[in-house]
Design a protein around this ligand. Structure first.
Ligand code: AMP
Ligand code: ZN
Length: 475
């Protein structure tokens, strides 16, 4: 069976056939960098990570682009509150985003384009739309003329009447049609701005994604992903801009991740009910958080609560105990077998069920079900008199490691690796202190000071005492 993806555009499961069999292209709408990311943002980012990992597991080459919105009202307002520049705030929050993503085991995208580094591409795209009569300028702002795109509303399945009603909430009297949206915002005093043919200003959010997606992935993308809140108007507008400009299909499969909720409401910054990813990661290992976030299919809402995380913790403990117990049996997996034991059969079933679940619109909940059914089967077999030579154990070990790695719920124990790193660091500092002591005995003050100063830069402070040099980490 091939892969199927639920396409929000057709509102049905479709066979997944990439445009270019050599490379699948994915564009994922990334964060607006004005604060740390919360668990809801993490859910959407993790789903993209899993989609990519699974496609690679299936043998595809994948190019993933995830943008960073580094200019926006929210950034400007927050920066003003903090008394820093919008650029400085965005830079800091970008770094925090990369750090948090890495802690969650999210592999970096192939390209992380920043909006502020693609202003010329956005200006070109807006100019193309103006030349086609699909945009108009008012007082230095440029608006998209929605009635020029006959298919407007096809993604959100909204009829013009509904769109009009929705858009009237905040009508800008200057617009020709309430549905029209801005692609270029004329500069306001004290806001960052860039020069353009229409005067200085800054881009609108929707044009950023159209321009960056097309720059890095071409006119047509295979998969475009984001949270369900982005379906309208963001993605609807991305389609309108891109397809009118190029005449080509913008994205072939639209995937939308359902909300992570807390007490039944969407987790969000404006709702003030969010749990930061970094705080969750301080309390639970990466694999537990990943397990929790993929414990529901991505199109189903998921509720953040203590009990679910405790359940994920228990599940991970069972998995790791099982893998630890299997480790001693691990070895080359025998291919030719005349008879099949029940455990071998369970391994085959798990692999088939895992693939079927993931092939069917990346159903991680069912894929986990298959993995944990095998864990139970292994545990049952291990308690009876286990034959160390039974190749089923090696096969089970290998199958579990392989599938858990696709989901990113298996990794070396972070606690243990931290201990190793600390030990290694201590040894290296001691080695440097020894070299420094030798230098001091030779009266080579230059080397001795260099070692002290460079360690200081790394927040390691050296103190010379009568008993020799001591060191400590300083904040
Ligand atoms: P933002 O920084 O608000 O632009 O959001 C970044 C990404 O996280 C977007 O793809 C959003 O759709 C997604 N997102 C925001 N809140 C949630 C939530 N509660 N559950 C799932 N995804 C979310
Ligand atoms: Zn976007």
């Amino acid at each position: 069976m091939g892969m199927k993806i639920y396409n929000s555009l057709s509102r049905q499961l479709e066979d997944f056939v990439p445009l270019n069999p050599e490379q699948v292209s994915i564009y994922s709408c990334g964060p607006t960098v004005y604060d740390y990311i919360h668990m809801g943002n993490a859910r959407t980012a993790l789903v993209t990570d899993i989609i990519r990992r699974y496609l690679v597991y299936k043998g595809y080459n994948v190019k993933l682009v995830q943008n960073l919105t580094d200019i926006d009202d929210k950034i400007i307002n927050r920066a003003a509150e903090l008394g820093v520049s919008a650029k400085q705030l965005a830079c800091e929050k970008c770094e925090d985003f990369f750090q948090d993503s890495q802690r969650l085991g999210i592999q970096p995208a192939d390209v992380h384009p920043k909006a502020t580094e693609h202003i010329p591409e956005m200006i070109d795209l807006i100019q193309t739309l103006l030349d086609k009569g699909a945009a108009y300028v008012i007082d230095g702002s440029v608006y998209y003329r929605v009635n020029q795109f006959a298919e407007y509303g096809k993604l959100s399945n909204r009829k013009p009447e509904d769109l009009l009603a929705g858009a009237r909430v905040e009508v800008d009297e200057r617009k020709e049609d309430p549905r029209d949206f801005d692609m270029w915002k004329a500069a306001k005093p004290d806001e960052p701005s860039w020069e353009s043919p229409w005067g200085s200003g800054r881009p609108g959010w929707h044009i950023e994604c159209s321009a960056m997606a097309m720059k890095h992935l071409g006119e047509t993308i295979d998969i475009h992903a984001g949270g369900e809140d982005l379906l309208f108007p963001h993605h609807e507008n991305e389609i309108a801009q891109s397809e009118l400009a190029t005449g080509a299909t913008f994205a072939r499969y639209w995937m939308h991740v359902a909300f992570l909720k807390i007490d039944g409401t969407r987790m969000g910054k404006s709702e003030q009910n969010f749990i930061l990813l970094r705080d969750a990661l301080d309390n639970y290992p990466t694999e537990v958080i990943r397990h929790f976030l993929i414990s529901a299919h991505y199109r189903h809402p998921l509720d953040y609560n203590q009990e679910s995380l405790t359940k994920s913790e228990g599940a991970l403990r069972r998995l790791n105990n099982c893998l630890d117990a299997l480790k001693k049996y691990a070895g080359p997996v025998e291919a030719s077998q005349t008879t099949t034991t029940p455990l071998q059969q369970a391994v085959q079933e798990m692999k088939a069920q895992f693939t079927q679940a993931m092939d069917t619109d990346f159903n991680t909940a069912q894929a986990l079900g298959a993995i944990f059914t095998l864990v139970s089967a292994v545990n049952r077999s291990l308690t009876s008199d286990s034959e160390e030579t039974d190749p089923a154990f090696a096969q089970a070990y290998q199958a579990l490691i392989e599938t858990c790695q696709v989901l990113g719920i298996y990794g070396p124990d972070p606690q243990k690796s931290d201990d190793n790193n600390v030990e290694q660091r201590d040894r290296l500092v001691h080695l440097l202190l020894e070299i420094r002591q030798d230098a001091r005995e030779r009266k080579d003050w230059e080397t001795s000071d260099k070692i002290r100063d460079r360690l200081q830069e790394l927040n390691i402070e050296i103190k010379d005492t009568r008993e020799g040099a001591t060191w400590k980490i300083v904040p």
